[in-house]
Design a protein around this ligand. Structure first.
Ligand SMILES: Cc1ncc(COP(=O)(O)O)c(C=O)c1O
Length: 362
């Protein structure tokens, strides 16, 4: 079976874990600090703070920039739910704007129309490994004096105009869930160039503790363990090679899918380095099979698929209950109806790709 995700482990990871176990220092300590430094260096960011998972990293970022009740934050309706829930956690209001249909990312023009006096921040998501249009978002954030937060959960190593995502806005967040381009088991990271924001993130993740048993603010325990960080360090060493393999796989698929009537391969925007966290294909009306039928056929041929995402966030029961109506986001809805993801991770071989194409080329 070619699974939709399949992390590569057990190389440097085992040695790293053994060293941590031998040291007896399991909780956040030196290994976490080393991982933070290496991750910040990799991105070209000033500071990185390791967090227990990507959802918590978004929550920490929102708190670091001071989002609170009465504020609005604009994000994408076509993402994993955490991209919007981090706003709800603050008692603030998530505001959605439609995406661009070809890149699946937040449309800057549509986003700008949603800015009000209450808007505090904008939160583009670099979905499926493709950077959002950061030039436009940086300009809009500056023009309207807004914080720019990057959700990079799916885009480790992706670049916009030669800069790594996460290092472009005021603050960026990552997830290291096992399906991601690199993992720590569960884990996350907050990155920023601003010392003030990094200090706040540090407090939020550790009981608001500025010194041992001195608590300046309300905080949680959202720390990463040394065990998780040791896995992350080994993974970071190989991230670029894995991303190259994802891109090579994507090129192979796209060159052939372009020739199949009724299937639209994922677009790559100009000036970006896409890291293909997911390879997302659109099944158009003139394809001989419906999305469901095509996915069933792929599964019968031992090829795993997934739908990222079958429903726009404001159409989720949680949001409908709050009075949201997701139907206005036409492009996002169209994608939710038509897309599905094929395996693209570094363990996918040329033979696997031929097998996929054999099913797609009906
Ligand atoms: C875009 C996006 N944001 C945030 C998250 C949350 O990360 P985690 O699962 O580590 O909490 C994810 C995870 O899938 C994600 O895809």
């Amino acid at each position: 079976m070619v699974h939709i995700a399949n992390p590569i482990l057990k190389n440097g990871e085992l040695e790293g874990i053994k060293e941590v176990l031998d040291s007896g220092m399991l909780a956040q300590g030196e290994v976490v600090a080393d991982f933070e430094e290496e991750f910040a260096d990799y991105l070209g960011a000033g500071y990185a703070k390791a967090i227990s998972n990507g959802t918590a990293a978004l929550d920490v970022a929102m708190k670091a920039i001071g989002v609170e009740e009465g504020d609005e934050v604009i994000t994408s309706p076509f993402s994993f739910i955490a991209s919007a829930n981090c706003i709800l956690f603050q008692g603030a209001k998530p505001v959605f704007a439609d995406i661009k249909e070809n890149t699946f990312n937040l449309d800057p023009e549509k986003m700008e129309e949603k800015i009000t006096d209450d808007t505090k921040a904008i939160l583009p998501v670099h979905l499926f490994g493709q950077p959002a249009d950061m030039k436009a978002f940086v300009d809009i954030a500056e023009d309207h004096d807004l914080f720019l937060v990057e959700d990079c959960a799916q885009a480790h190593g992706a670049e916009f105009d030669g800069r790594k995502v996460g290092s472009i806005g005021d603050i960026g967040t990552f997830s290291f869930y096992p399906t991601k381009n690199m993992t720590t088991g569960e884990g996350g990271m907050v990155v920023t160039d601003e010392e003030r924001l990094s200090e706040k993130a540090d407090l939020v993740r550790d009981h608001g503790q500025s010194e041992k048993y001195t608590h300046d603010m309300l905080g949680y325990n959202l720390r990463m363990t040394n065990i998780a960080a040791s896995i992350g360090r080994a993974q970071l060493d190989r991230l670029d090679d894995w991303n190259d393999k994802r891109r090579a796989n994507a090129e192979m698929l796209t060159s052939r899918i372009e020739g199949i009537e009724g299937l639209t391969p994922p677009a790559v925007a100009d000036g970006v380095k896409h890291v293909f966290h997911q390879y997302v294909v659109k099944v158009e009306d003139d394809y001989p099979l419906e999305r469901k039928e095509l996915r069933e056929k792929l599964h019968e041929n031992d090829i795993g698929t997934a739908v990222h995402y079958p429903k726009v966030i404001p159409e989720q029961p949680l949001y409908k209950e709050k009075g949201y109506d997701g139907r206005e986001y036409e492009n996002a809805n169209e994608c939710a109806e038509k897309v599905f993801s094929l395996p693209i991770h570094p363990k996918v071989s040329e033979d696997d790709i031929e097998d996929m194409l054999g099913v797609l080329e009906v």
